[in-house]
Design a protein around this ligand. Structure first.
Ligand code: CDT
Length: 311
């Protein structure tokens, strides 16, 4: 019998600087209800979904920057998401800025996503590994991308979780462009990769058309899905936010690499697809049968070096 998980992707229009959590959570709840009405049992929200994409602004490490981080999950403000998830029986992926103090008394900050199941319990956590952008203010840029300055590199690897009847994995935005992200989860037999993204339609430092940037967005997700025989569900933040045009194009991709659901607007929108979690099995057993065909004796360089060397 087919293992069908109906998945919803909740694309979000802009959230402005300083906008409160309560308004954002109301929007997320409205989409959770819409997705449920369309039959979804699991939904994906964007990266840093609770606030504006604050790394586009340079902030001295003070009160404003601190205000974008969640000190607990759930909190008073986010608890309604967990309650409604339980009431409706709909799990969710939620991206947010995580802050805590570790055992050594050190403040830690990560770009994080949690997986909440249909009982409203956190069953998985992921911290973004591939942080794009730069560490310090760069005056020549039309907007900043200070993820490297504001977050630490994730320390949890790329775990997968048995949940919602399948094997589920997570990544965040820029991670989708790296084949290593997908292959590590592929080697753990992942069946659905969830991700949220905040991607400007323009390149801040080079000429690149919005069309090409959308092509790279979808190509990365489609290739990652196909080459690992997994579903992928990707939720965008879109529209003009903080004066920057953010890319839409939220999608659900089958293990064949085909886009089976695609957002058609530049604002809050829910798309849904029935995902047969066994759809990728034939891919995993034939063309990408890893045990049969991978040649790890030739792959050492992939983990031994980061940059390119010339002959
Ligand atoms: N949020 C995020 O990871 N965005 C990047 C754009 C980076 S441009 C410096 C992305 O890969 O979409």
């Amino acid at each position: 019998m087919a293992r069908v998980l109906t998945v919803g992707v909740c694309q979000m229009g802009p959230v402005e600087r300083g906008e409160g959590r309560a308004v954002v959570v109301e929007r997320l709840l409205a989409m959770l209800h819409q997705a449920h009405a369309k039959g979804a049992r699991l939904v994906v929200f964007p990266e840093l979904a609770l606030t504006t994409f604050f790394p586009r602004w340079h902030m001295e490490d003070g009160e404003e920057l601190d205000s974008y981080f969640e000190k607990e999950m759930p909190s008073n403000e986010t608890q309604p998401l967990f309650d409604v998830a339980r009431e409706l029986g709909v799990g969710f992926y939620l991206g947010y800025a995580e802050q805590f103090v570790d055992e050594a008394g050190k403040r830690r900050r990560f770009n994080t996503a949690v997986l909440v199941d249909d009982a409203g319990a956190i069953v998985g956590k992921y911290r973004k590994v591939h942080l794009p952008g730069h560490y310090n203010y760069e005056p020549e840029r039309p907007w900043q991308h200070l993820e490297k300055g504001y977050f630490e590199v994730g320390d949890l690897g790329f775990p997968v979780f048995p949940a919602m009847g399948g094997t589920l994995g997570m990544c965040i935005c820029n991670d989708r462009r790296w084949p290593e992200t997908w292959r590590v989860m592929g080697l753990k037999d992942v069946e659905l990769v969830m991700l949220g993204y905040n991607t400007p339609t323009g390149n801040a430092v080079a000429a690149e058309s919005p069309h090409l940037r959308m092509f790279h967005n979808h190509m990365s997700i489609q290739a990652g899905a196909y080459q690992n025989g997994t579903w992928a569900a990707a939720a965008a933040r879109c529209g003009i936010e903080g004066g920057v045009d953010m890319m839409a194009g939220s999608c659900i991709v089958a293990p064949t690499g085909e886009i089976v659901a695609l957002a058609s607007t530049n604002e809050d929108e829910v798309i849904v697809a029935d995902c047969d979690l066994d759809r990728g099995r034939y891919i995993k057993e034939t063309i990408f049968n890893f045990a049969e065909h991978r040649r790890t004796e030739h792959y050492g360089i992939i983990v031994e070096q980061t940059g390119v060397t010339s002959a």
